[in-house]
Design a protein around this ligand. Sequence first.
Ligand code: 5GP
Ligand code: MN
Length: 342
Amino acid sequence: MSRNIEPADFLSKPRKVVTICHVNPDGDAVGASMAIYHLLKQMKHQVQVIVPNDFPQFLKYLEATDKIIYFDRSEAHKQKGLTALEEAEAVFALDFNDLKRVGELQPLVEKSSAYKVMIDHHLQPQDFADFILSDTSACSTAELVFRFIEKNNWFTYLNQEVVDSIYMGILTDTGKFSHSITKDVHATVGKLIEAGADVVKANQEIYNSYSFGRVRFWGFCLGQKMRTIKGLRAAVLPLSIKEMHKYNVQRGDTEGLVNQPLSIKNVDVSVLLKEEQDKIKLSLRSKGDFSVNEMARTHFNGGGHSNASGGSLKMPLLEAVKKVESVLHLYEDLKVTNHKKK
Ligand code: 5GP
Ligand code: MN
C-alpha cells in the first residue's frame, strides 16, 4: 500500500523510526544513517539504526554508532532488530534502491507496513517506498540527506552530529573529492563546514588511522597481486582467503584498494576479486565513460554506479579470474588499439 504523504507531514508527531542500509555498509551508508538518526532524534522521534552486518572500525568515530543494531552479530541484536522493525512506523531506506541489497532484512522490510522513505543515488531504483528521493547524479546519499533537510527547512537541526555524519558520507563516496564532484557538492560541503563539520577529524579518523599491517598488505597487493591484462586497458587484483588470513586482513582493510590500479595511465577498468566462503565478491571501478554498472549487471549479478559497481560469482577464485578476463575482452572500448583522447 503506497501512501501519498510527505515525510515532513508523517513526521509531524513523534514516531518510531528505523533506518536500514545495504550489506557491507560503506561510509555513505553509515553517514546517511547516522545523519537521519541525529536529525530525527532532535525532533523527538524514537530512532533505531539497523545495519545488516558490521562495517570498518574507521567509520565508528561518529557519535552514537555504539547504539547501532548489527542484524547478523548475535541473537540479541537480531531480536532487537526484529522488534524495532515490527514496531516501526517509518522505515528510512538509505544508500540502496533494491531490497535485494539488505540481505536478511529483505523479507522483514517487505512485510513491514511502515511508511517507507527511500533516499538513494544508485541507478535503476525499485519502487518499494512511499516517498522516494532518488538522484543518480548526486555524489552520495549523504548529499541527498542534506538536500532533504534543506527542502524541509530543517536548518536548525544541522548540529555537529548531523553535519559530521553527512560530511563522512560525501568525503568517502567521492573518494576524497575526486569523482562525482559538482559545484553543488562543494557548496554543500561549504555549508557543512560553516555549520561546524570537523574535516580534520574526519580525515584523521578515516584515512590516517591505518594499522601497520594494512599498509604492508596493500604493498603486497600492489606489488604481487595486481595484474594488467595484455591488450586491454584493464587490471585485475584477485585475493584468496588464505592470503587475507596470512596478512590478518580486517574488515575495511581492502576498502579503496580497487581504485589503486586506476591511477595507472592506461588502465580504465579495475576489478578486485575477493574470495569469500561461498562466493567471489567483485568490486569494479572505471574511469571516464566506461560503465562498470552495465558490466556488473550483465555478467556478475550486480550493479551500482557507472564508475563504481559490485557483483559476485559462485565459482572458485581461479575460474572467476578467467571469467572476469573473458568478460573484459568482450568490450571493444577496452582494447589498447582503441586510441582514446586523453
Ligand atoms: P563496492 O565495490 O564498494 O562493494 O561497491 C561499489 C558500488 O556497487 C556500491 O555503490 C554498491 O552499493 C554497489 N554494489 C556492490 N555490490 C553490489 C551487488 O552485489 N549488487 C548491486 N546491485 N550493487 C552492488
Ligand atoms: Mn553511496
